[in-house]
Design a protein around this ligand. Structure first.
Ligand SMILES: [Fe+2]
Length: 193
């Protein structure tokens, strides 16, 4: 494929794959390290989602005719050192800034969905990704409470119906965004926080 046909969103797909791969790696290592079985299960759920997102977006890049460009993250060694250390799980959450507050970066991804040059297949993948990342953010907030010995509120557990509802809402927002001109912003993508 010539560079003139290169999709504008390719860099974002590449950044997602790199970020999600790292997300899988550190959450999986943490799930193996912790002695809290409930916490381990929660971390494992999110880590497997990250791995699946990385594979799905890399597959999409391949289908579009592009290979992945691996990008280093200078902070990642420190992240791995923290999760593999003997620190208390609560301290790990706090040092990594995970499970503390709502995730940032969603607005930029929504702006990207409003890009009219995006194909329906990639847009559908991004929509599902945003909804699942949002749910993973909530799950990590519950995991932090679990590490502190506080039982997560059962009502907050997301069901498939919740995710489908969120996806429907996102589709609505995207529809609205597409109807108004937007400034082009470079999306910032990072692993789940
Ligand atoms: Fe993620």
């Amino acid at each position: 494929m010539s560079s003139s046909n290169k999709p504008s969103f390719l860099g974002t797909l590449n950044a997602i794959v790199n970020g999600e791969r790292r997300g899988f790696e550190f959450l999986d290592a943490w799930a193996l390290k912790t002695r809290n079985a409930e916490l381990s299960g929660m971390l494992k759920t999110v880590s497997l989602r990250e791995a699946e997102h990385a594979a799905s977006f890399e597959k999409r890049m391949c289908e579009l005719g592009y290979g992945l460009q691996e990008r280093e993250d200078p902070k990642f060694k420190k992240t791995m050192k923290i999760v593999q250390s003997d620190l208390d799980d609560v301290e790990k959450f706090e040092k990594l800034g995970i499970g503390q507050k709502e995730q940032e970066g969603e607005d930029q991804l929504l702006q990207l969905l409003a890009d009219k040059s995006i194909d329906p297949h990639t847009a559908a993948l991004l929509g599902r990704f945003i909804a699942e990342e949002r749910d993973s953010g909530h799950l990590l907030q519950q995991a932090y409470q679990c590490a502190k010995g506080i039982d997560p509120v059962p009502e907050e557990k997301a069901t498939l119906t919740d995710i489908q509802e969120q996806l429907a809402k996102l589709t609505e927002i995207v529809g609205e965004l597409q109807n108004k001109p937007t400034k082009k912003k470079k999306p910032r993508v990072s692993a789940v926080k």
